[in-house]
Design a protein around this ligand. Structure first.
Ligand code: KG4
Ligand code: ZN
Length: 347
C-alpha cells in the first residue's frame, strides 16, 4: 500500500453513534457524531436498549453520509475498524457487526479497537510528530485512569478510579442540583460564574501516594451540603458556587495526581483526553501546572474528547502503520475489555 490507507471507523460503545474516515494516522477526512443525548435525557442517563436500537437506525445512513461527504465509494476503503470495548454490550455489537459486514462485503481487513486506546491516542490526532512517550490522563464518564504511554501501542496503567469515574461524579452532582443531563458540561458553565473557594469539597486520595482515584465520596459530600442548606431550592448564586467548588475539588485531584505521575516517571509530556478533558477549569489548571512543572501539555481537541470515531480511525491507523495483524471476523466484543499493550517491543 503506497498511499495512506483509507480507514472507515465506527464507534458505538455508549450513546453516540459515530463514523469517521481517515487517511491512516495522517489525516481525519470525516468525523460524524450523532448524539443521542436528547433521547436519553428524560431518563437522566443512558438506557442501554434504547441506545442500541438507535445505533441500529442511525448507523447505516451515517456511513452513507460520511462516504458521500468524503467523495468516496465503499470500494475505496482499505480497512474497516470498530470499537470492541469497553462499553455497553448491546451498543458495541451494532458497530462491531456492521464493520464486520462491510469487511465481508468488500474483502478489506477488519480491526477491532479498544475504546480507551482511542481516547489516549486522541491528543495526537493532527500532530505531525507522531505519538511520543507521555503520561496520559484519560478522564470520561466511564473511566478515569493514568497511563504511561511508552510508545504507540505500549501502555502501562499506573492508576485508575476505585469507584466512580470523574465524569460520573459530575453527572450525578448535576442531577442532584437539578441541572440538565449530562451534568458535566452544565457544571462547567455554572462554575465559570461561581466561587471555587465557597465550599470545601474533599480532595479524596490526593495524598495517597499512588495514582488511584475515588470519586464516590463527592456525591455524598454534595448531598450533605445540599441538605445543610435547608429544604428550599438553592439560589442560582449558590448553585454557581456549588458547581465551582465541586469542579475545583475534582480538578485539583486530577491535575495533582497526573503531574505527580509525570514527575515520578520523568516524563516530559503529559496528555489529557476523554469527555471531561473538555472542562475549562481542568484545561486551565493543567495549562498552569504544566508551565510550573516545565512539561509539555497536549490536550485532546474538544471535538475529539467526547466519544467520536476519529480516535478509533487514528488508533486503527497506528495498528496498520505498525504492521499489527487485523482482527478475525469471529472476534468478540468485551464490555470490560482491559487496556493492554497491543504493540510489543523493547521498553
Ligand atoms: O468520553 P465521553 O464522551 O464518554 C465516555 O467514554 O464516558 O465522556 C462523557 C463524559 C460525561 O460524564 C460528561 O458529563 C463529561 O464527559 N463531560 C464533561 C464536560 N464535557 C463532557 N465534564 C465536565 N466538564 C465538561 N465540559
Ligand atoms: Zn469514551
Amino acid at each position: 500500500m503506497n498511499h495512506h490507507p483509507v480507514i472507515l471507523a465506527i464507534e458505538t460503545s455508549c450513546d453516540e453513534t459515530a463514523v469517521a474516515i481517515s487517511e491512516g494516522t495522517r489525516k481525519i477526512l470525516i468525523s460524524e457524531v450523532a448524539s443521542q443525548i436528547d433521547i436519553h435525557s428524560p431518563y437522566g442517563g443512558v438506557v442501554p436498549e434504547v441506545a442500541s436500537r438507535n445505533h441500529n437506525i442511525t448507523l447505516p445512513p451515517l456511513i452513507s453520509k460520511s462516504l458521500e461527504k468524503a467523495g468516496l465509494e465503499i470500494s475505496d476503503i482499505d480497512a474497516v475498524a470498530a470499537t470492541s470495548g469497553p462499553g455497553l454490550a448491546s451498543s458495541l455489537l451494532i458497530g462491531d457487526t456492521t464493520a464486520k459486514a462491510i469487511s465481508v462485503a468488500t474483502g478489506k481487513p477488519f480491526y477491532s479497537i479498544n475504546h480507551m486506546e482511542g481516547h489516549l491516542l486522541s491528543p495526537f490526532i493532527g500532530s505531525d510528530r507522531g505519538v511520543i512517550p507521555n503520561i496520559s490522563l484519560v478522564v470520561s464518564g466511564g473511566h478515569t485512569m493514568i497511563v504511561q504511554v511508552k510508545s504507540p501501542g505500549q501502555y502501562e496503567i499506573l492508576g485508575s478510579t476505585k469507584d466512580d469515574a470523574a465524569g460520573e461524579a459530575f453527572d450525578k452532582a448535576g442531577k442532584m442540583l437539578g441541572l440538565p443531563y449530562p451534568g458535566g458540561p452544565e457544571i462547567d458553565r455554572r462554575a465559570a460564574q461561581g466561587n471555587p473557594e465557597a465550599i470545601d469539597f474533599p480532595r479524596a486520595m490526593l495524598r495517597s501516594g499512588d495514582y488511584d482515584f475515588s470519586f464516590s465520596g463527592m456525591k455524598t459530600a454534595m448531598s450533605h451540603r445540599l441538605a445543610s442548606l435547608g429544604p428550599e431550592t438553592p439560589s442560582p448564586e449558590t448553585v454557581d458556587d456549588l458547581c465551582a467548588s465541586f469542579q475545583a475539588a475534582i480538578v485539583d485531584v486530577l491535575v495533582g495526581k497526573t503531574m505527580a505521575a509525570a514527575s515520578a516517571c520523568n516524563a516530559g509530556v503529559v496528555t489529557v483526553s476523554g469527555g471531561v478533558s473538555c472542562n475549562r477549569g481542568l484545561r486551565a489548571a493543567f495549562t498552569q501546572s504544566a508551565l510550573d512543572h516545565g512539561v509539555e501539555l497536549i490536550l485532546a481537541a474538544p471535538s475529539f474528547s467526547t466519544d467520536n470515531a476519529a480516535m478509533i480511525a487514528f488508533a486503527a491507523g497506528c495498528h496498520l502503520e505498525n504492521g499489527l495483524p487485523s482482527s478475525p471476523l469471529n472476534a468478540d466484543i468485551d464490555p470490560n475489555l482491559p487496556l493492554a499493550t497491543v504493540i510489543s517491543g523493547s521498553s
